[in-house]
Design a binder for this molecule. Structure first.
Ligand code: ZN
Length: 272
């Protein structure tokens, strides 16, 4: 009990003096871990016998959906990417959700889906004003402290990386400007969509897994042996749908070829 009366550094000395060698080794191992925190975008080595699955969930933070999805991904120990929208980050609780996504790399990657979600879903206007739209992405990057230059366009399936551009908005000046400034844009191969106006997934877990297997077998994904799945946090608000997400991942995990990765490791994004 005497230690509590010592100043900070003296207390640490007393504490270290009372540690065994084994304790000290652990302290050192923990410091190395802290220093060696992985950096998003560091290339991974691909195994051609595997199938890489990129779960990319849009419009976070949208609790309770975002929290449910995070919990399911964590329980199942799979990696996922959240394309976040600064406009949705209202109040301290939602800020903490974004902070947790940012701090949980390598399990989760926080990426950019624009600040205003394309001027509040006014996509025609958004894509007709490339400078304002560009600034909207920059504002989002700053407000959410997004550490990677990876973007998903609101309401649009376009891909861009190092001057290779394809998709619906390939000719749009906004895409060219983002690309010229080193941003990479990710579309999707398949969406786990919304059931009409209801906040719930349209397909069952089994149906989605069937579609994914079919697409891999057809070889019709944008990149070989890799699939980008788009969905939205808000579809998994209710317990039964969070359970469905859990079931979806369990089914995919039954196939030993399947590997879950964050989108910074997508082949197109790793190419020099
Ligand atoms: Zn969106």
């Amino acid at each position: 009990m005497r230690n509590i009366f010592l100043s900070g550094s003296a207390a640490i000395l007393v504490l270290l003096a009372s540690c065994s060698n084994a304790d000290l080794k652990k302290v050192n191992a923990d410091s190395v871990k802290l220093i060696a925190k992985p950096i998003p975008g560091t290339p991974i080595k691909y195994d051609s016998s595997k199938r890489y699955i990129f779960l990319t969930w849009d419009d976070s933070p949208q609790p309770p959906g975002t929290v449910n999805c995070k919990n399911v991904f964590r329980e199942q120990n799979v990696k996922a990417t959240f394309f976040a929208v600064g406009f949705n980050q209202v109040g301290p609780f939602k800020k903490r959700i974004i902070d947790s996504l940012r701090n949980d790399y390598p399990q989760f990657l926080l990426a950019n889906h624009s600040f205003s979600h394309g001027f509040n879903d006014k996509y025609a206007k958004f894509y007709s004003l490339p400078d304002s739209a560009y600034n909207d992405f920059m504002k989002n990057e700053k407000e959410l402290q997004i550490g990677v230059k990876i973007i998903r366009l609101p309401g649009n399936n376009t891909w861009a990386s190092k001057a290779v551009i394809h998709g619906q908005k390939a000719e749009n000046p906004l895409i060219k400007k983002l690309d010229a400034n080193g941003y990479q844009i990710v579309g999707w191969d398949m969406e786990w969509g919304q059931n009409g106006k209801q906040k719930q997934p349209k397909e069952s877990a089994t149906e989605m897994v069937k579609r994914i297997n079919q697409k891999f077998e057809d070889g019709s994904t944008v990149e070989q042996n890799a699939i980008v799945i788009l969905s939205h946090d808000r579809l998994f608000e209710k317990k039964q749908f969070a359970d469905s997400l859990s079931r979806f991942i369990q089914l995919l995990k039954q196939d030993p070829r399947n590997v879950f990765e964050t989108i910074d490791h997508y082949p197109m994004l790793q190419r020099k």
